[in-house]
Design a protein around this ligand. Sequence first.
Ligand code: ZN
Length: 357
Amino acid sequence: MGTFRLMGVPVRLHFTFVLLLIFLLVSGFGTNQSGWNYAVYVIALFASVLLHELAHAWAGSHYGINTLEIVMFPIGGVSRMQRTAKPQEEFWIAASGPFVNLLIGFALFAYLYAERSIVALPQLVEPTNANLIERIAFGNLILAFFNFLPAFPMDGGRMLRAILSRFKSEDEATRIAAWAGRMLAISMGLYGLLSSHFMLVFVAFFVYLGAAQESAAALGRSLTSGIPVRAAMLTDYKTLDHGSTIRDAANLLLATSQQDFPIMHADQVLGLLHRNALLRAMASDGPDAYVAGFMDRDYTVLNPEMNLADVLPVMARSGSCALVMQDDKLVGLLTAENLSQFLLLRRFGMEPTIERG
Ligand code: ZN
């Protein structure tokens, strides 16, 4: 789905976001509010979630951590940070998001209190044009409350982990926060089913997925922390000269298990030819076209001594392949595939053998 930039941070709408929009459209019918009123309500809540994520991004940049992207999910946004924050940093980065919703909620209620009397809370169940601001304010308080819950993947779960990691190992702190997340999701889902609040079941489903994702990411981090990129990179790979044709590249694609090929001029890297670009070139320009016209010049470069745990977020984003370079010389490739194999072997207790080059 679509991507846009906000204060320099790319914002992506996750495909499941469509589900939420459909739900909002369906549930908005047959109420006593006008169409524009409903549109303002939806846009205001969307903006509140965005402000929440921007607060995370701002707090992160305060600690020198860039936000790679913000992904908007049905139950909120997720900021993907450039590196893992230290516990104390993580506490404040996590707290900043729901704090913004708390501020918005209280500011709106304060405004209403000063301007006119506030509509009684039970009346908010019935959406009307008159209680629009109350509902936006209340929505923000709900967002704040929900995100402060001390369970993964909520911000409160991150705050809990940050606090726990003062007394326990980071692994154990993560496990507890993820366990709390799964328990919360299960009880929320059961309650939703028994009381026929199906929106709760829907939210519980995403909380469960998020908690599972968080513990997988934490496992990945603990399996890779302290290990250099050098230990996991591919050292046996093929490159192509910049004068090669798409036919040469296609032959390599068939002959090897490699998906991405560095394009070289002598021992200088010029670009990276991805499998998809190769196939597209084959279809549009035929096998005699030169690879140089289709290579990606904006490839990801890693240093062989970098901590593998620190490059996981980068790899999750670039997805396919990064070049490992030392002093401008190509020394290896790191692909999503060989990285996941490395993690698998580590999980079964294999210690990496690190060759010093
Ligand atoms: Zn948040």
